[in-house]
Write a protein of this length. Structure first.
Length: 200
């Protein structure tokens, strides 16, 4: 198994802007570092679960049954649209952290990844290239999940810390309102990325 090659591939993928990066940056800026870090933990749990579920056959099942694949991506998109509506409606709140709780941020982070079909496609397309001819067993899937989650979590923590620095600037209610509405539009963009995932 080419662990070093896999780690480098994950690093490149994680440094490419995507749903987790956009959502975490916006969340940290509008709700603060505490909720941002809770979301990072949720994302990590979701990523680890992706690896376990892929090893148990979910990734292959999604490949074989287009209806399941499409149901997953539509459910993910609908959840993101709901989050966008909530962010837009909360744009009038005066305090940056008034829009959510750590528990909600954690659960949302986990769900975003569990409902993201691209996360499972990663274990079908990318991971096998580094297995050295082995099949994707529970053992090596979990190992690859731990490696990819560790790399992703480090990057996500940096994103949250950077986003949280904007909180002071958001002390002006007008700025807060504007940024939250931009955040809502970003979330809608993430929802679109779910729907633009190719139909299987």
């Amino acid at each position: 198994m080419d662990i070093v090659g896999f780690a480098l591939a994950v690093l490149l993928i994680e440094l490419t802007p995507g749903p987790n990066m956009a959502w975490l940056a916006g969340l940290a800026a509008t709700e603060g570092k505490r909720n941002g870090m809770a979301a990072v933990a949720g994302v990590a749990v979701g990523l680890l679960a992706n690896g376990a579920l892929a090893a148990l056959g979910l990734a292959a099942l999604l490949e074989s049954f287009p209806a399941l694949w499409n149901g997953l991506r539509i459910a993910g998109a609908l959840m993101m649209v709901w989050l966008a509506v909530e962010a837009w409606r909360g744009a009038g709140n005066e305090t940056p952290a008034a829009n959510g709780t750590t528990g909600r941020a954690f659960a949302t982070g986990a769900l975003i990844n569990l409902l993201n079909p691209k996360a499972y496609l990663f274990f079908v397309v990318v991971a096998p290239q580094f297995l050295g001819g082995e099949t994707l067993s529970i053992g090596n899937a979990l190992l690859l999940s731990v490696i990819s989650t560790a790399i992703a979590t480090l990057i996500h923590c940096a994103i949250v810390l950077a986003g949280a620095r904007a909180q002071g600037w958001l002390s002006d209610p007008r700025r807060t309102r504007t940024v939250r509405r931009i955040f809502a539009l970003i979330i809608l963009g993430v929802a679109a990325s779910f729907l633009l995932t190719p139909v299987r």
